[in-house]
Design a binder for this molecule. Structure first.
Ligand SMILES: *Cc1c(COP(=O)(O)O)cnc(C)c1O
Length: 406
């Protein structure tokens, strides 16, 4: 077993060897510019790009012509949101989203708000889902875009894309989904789900970093976007810049593999996840699963461990590469805004850990990880007077602390 064990697949995924093999020739002799129309180097690169476009489209039920290459999901989200805002400014300037979205959605929306647009963030329930009735009520005549993610990167909660898409269609509002965590992990079909714009990223699907795509619907309705990068008119004028051919080849291959293995990986990872959770629950009390119990990413487990200190817990299981609910916004020790939005109290948010399982996670790793977590939590609780009091039946929230004891 490798040490530390990588359990942070929602942060990034390792590059699949098969993807690397597909990319390597495009770093060496097949170095052509896909926009070079006059010679074989260009044609070869263009052909590889078109193959990748088809592989990506096939995974999400789209047409190859509807795929626009970008530098990643952050850029895709920016292009979708700002591109729609500019293009449909005459129609209206109202946007709908949710507080649990990735910053790459929330920050572009914040920018639009500063420029005079109105943004409604729908409430989410304690699992992290929005209510369709709330969405329906929020749509106004001047609403141009609903942006709701396919799967949450922290708590793994899935949104009911098909129901959301149907509602948007019925009300004539465009539907964008940040599907960075969902693509290749859960079935996605832009036709059946009524998705008009969809963001995805290479490095979350065992492909390379720095490459992504935006799906832009071409009919029923034809979605138009104001480009956010001008120059050269690549990608049907929506995103200029010389294409990252090796990266695009890798993204295409990664999507092909993800599609072929989606069904078997869903079963395998769901089993591993439930095995992990059952082990934790079998040995520890006072632990809380964050996110939805079933409507969640197969490879995501987010758990709060009451009566332990977050930093101590992280140090106590240094053999595991995981993410904590307080370290998410990098240097700050603020608890995660996603956990806050679903009503997790500050104390529990600070002791929450995201375990991300993926393609190369084995049963032996899961068993080892569960053992380490259980040992670390038990050790910390042995030193915790609060845990002892709780065990004795004292309701800690009712305890009146005497100021002299502090
Ligand atoms: C990782 C991630 C992004 C950002 O993707 P990049 O390709 O790294 O820019 C956006 N949204 C979600 C949900 C993510 O998980």
């Amino acid at each position: 077993m490798k040490n530390p064990i990588y359990l942070d697949y929602q942060a990034t995924t390792p590059l699949d060897e098969r993807v690397l093999d597909a990319m390597l020739p495009y770093f060496r002799d097949k170095f052509g510019n896909a926009a070079s129309r006059n010679h074989a180097f260009g044609w070869e690169a263009e052909k590889a790009v078109e193959t990748a476009r088809g592989q990506i489209a096939a995974l999400i039920g789209a047409d190859a012509k509807e795929i626009v290459f970008t530098s990643g999901a952050t850029e895709s989200n920016n292009l979708a949101i700002k591109g729609v805002a500019e293009m449909y400014r005459e129609k209206g300037r109202h946007f709908i989203s949710a507080p649990t979205e990735h910053k790459a959605v929330l920050d572009p929306l914040k920018r639009l708000e500063q420029e005079g647009a109105t943004v409604t963030l729908l409430p989410v329930d304690k699992t992290g889902q929005v209510a369709l009735a709330d969405l329906e009520k929020a749509i106004r005549p001047d609403t141009v875009l609903v942006s709701l993610m396919a799967a949450n990167n922290e708590i793994g909660t899935l949104h009911p894309l098909e129901a959301i898409g149907k509602l948007c269609k019925a009300r004539g509002v465009l539907f964008h989904t940040d599907a960075t965590q969902g693509v290749g992990k859960i079935p996605i079909d832009v036709e059946r789900m009524g998705i008009d714009l969809l963001s995805l990223s290479g490095h979350k699907v065992y492909g390379p970093k720095g490459v992504g795509a935006l799906y832009v619907r071409r009919r029923n309705p034809r979605v138009r976007l104001s480009p956010q990068l001008d120059g050269g008119g690549h990608e049907r004028g929506m995103r200029s810049g010389t294409l990252n051919v090796p990266g695009i080849v890798g993204l295409g291959k990664a999507c092909e593999i993800a599609g072929a293995e989606l069904a078997s990986e869903t079963v395998r990872l769901t089993n591993l996840r439930e095995r992990f959770l059952a082990k934790l629950r079998g040995s520890l009390d006072e632990i809380y699963l964050n996110g939805h119990p079933t409507e969640r990413l197969p490879g995501n487990l987010n758990v709060s461990f009451a009566f332990v200190e977050g930093e101590g817990l992280m140090m106590g299981m240094s053999e595991l590469a995981v993410s904590s609910g307080s370290a998410c916004t990098s240097a700050s020790l603020e608890p995660s805004y996603v956990l806050r939005a679903i009503g997790v109290g500050e104390d529990l948010a600070h002791t929450s850990i995201r375990f991300g399982l993926g393609r190369f996670t084995t049963e032996a790793e899961v068993d080892f990880a569960a053992e380490r977590v259980i040992a670390a939590v038990k050790r910390l609780r042995e030193m915790s007077p609060l845990y002892e009091m709780a065990k004795e039946g004292i309701d800690i929230s009712q305890v009146k602390w005497s100021p002299t004891e502090h």
